[in-house]
Design a protein around this ligand. Structure first.
Ligand code: SAH
Length: 234
C-alpha cells in the first residue's frame, strides 16, 4: 500500500513538472500549433511544406489579445480590436500557399492587422512591406514584429488602395481585407510575372488569384470567403 502511494505521488509530481516544463519551453503552444496544422490545414488540402512549417513555428497566441490567447489555435478568426480580426488559420495558410513563394520575393501586404500574416510571409519571402489603415494597429504590429525578430518586415500606416509606390513593383501582393473591386493601383504595382491574392466583393466575396504577364492580367476564382471590408481612405 505504502509503495503504491509513493509511486502514485511520484507519478503526480512528474506529470505536473512535465506540464511546467512544456509551458516554460513553449512546448504547449507548439503542440497546439501542430494540431492546428494537421486538423485544420493539411486536412483541407494545403500541402506546401514551407507554408506548413511557418504555420507550425509561428506563435499565433502572441498576435491575439491576452484575453483571447487560449483560443488562438482554434479553427476560426478572432477579434483583435478596432472592429478588425485576425484571419482563420486555414485562410492564412491557403492564401500564403496561393502566393507560391520561393524565398526571393518582395511582397506587399494590405491589412497588417495583428501582424500574424506578415510574420508568416517574412519567413517565406525576401522582404515584406505591409500597410495598415488603423493607426494603433500599425503601431502595435510594428512593435510586436520587431520584438519577435521578424526583421525583413516594414509596416506603414496608410491607405492600401494606393499601395506603396516607392517600393513597387512587387513580386507578390496579398490583400487581407475585401475591396468591392480589384484596386487598380495594386494591379499596376504588381511586377510582370507576379501574383496577387485577394478577397473581392461586397456581401459575397471570392478569393481571387491574379497573375500578370507582359500582355494581360488573368483572374482565377478560388473559393467563397468572408473578410472584413477594405476601408476607403479619405
Ligand atoms: N492580416 C491580418 C488580418 C487583418 S484584418 C492579420 O494577420 O492579423 C484586415 C486588416 O485590414 C484590418 O487590420 C484593417 O484595419 C485593415 N484595412 C482595412 N482597410 C484597409 C486599407 N484601405 N488600407 C490598409 N489596411 C486596411
Amino acid at each position: 500500500m505504502k509503495v503504491l502511494r509513493l509511486w502514485l505521488s511520484l507519478l503526480i509530481i512528474s506529470a505536473s513538472s512535465v506540464g511546467e516544463c512544456l509551458a516554460q519551453t513553449g512546448g504547449e503552444w507548439q503542440l497546439l500549433a501542430e494540431k492546428m496544422v494537421q486538423s485544420q490545414i493539411e486536412k483541407r488540402g494545403v500541402s506546401d511544406t514551407r507554408v506548413l512549417t511557418a504555420m507550425r513555428t509561428t506563435p499565433r497566441h502572441l498576435f491575439v489579445p491576452i484575453s483571447k490567447r487560449d483560443m488562438a489555435y482554434r479553427d476560426g478568426p478572432l477579434p483583435i480590436g478596432y472592429d478588425q480580426t485576425i484571419s482563420q488559420p486555414y485562410i492564412v495558410a491557403l492564401m500564403t500557399e496561393l502566393l507560391e513563394l520561393t524565398g526571393s520575393e518582395k511582397v506587399l501586404e494590405i491589412g497588417t492587422g495583428s501582424g500574424y500574416q506578415a510574420a508568416i510571409l517574412s519567413q517565406l519571402a525576401e522582404s515584406v512591406y505591409s500597410m495598415e489603415i488603423v493607426e494603433p494597429l500599425a503601431k502595435s504590429s510594428t512593435e510586436l514584429l520587431k520584438k519577435l525578430g521578424y526583421e525583413n518586415v516594414q509596416v506603414r500606416y496608410g491607405d492600401g488602395y494606393k499601395g506603396w509606390p516607392e517600393h513597387a513593383p512587387f513580386d507578390r501582393i496579398i490583400v487581407t481585407a475585401a475591396p468591392e473591386e480589384i484596386p487598380q493601383d495594386l494591379v499596376e504595382q504588381l511586377a510582370i510575372g507576379g501574383r496577387m491574392v485577394l478577397p473581392v466583393g461586397k456581401h459575397y466575396q471570392e478569393l481571387v488569384v491574379l497573375t500578370k504577364n507582359a500582355r494581360k492580367v488573368t483572374r482565377k476564382d478560388i473559393i467563397p470567403v468572408r473578410f472584413v471590408p477594405m476601408i476607403k481612405g479619405k
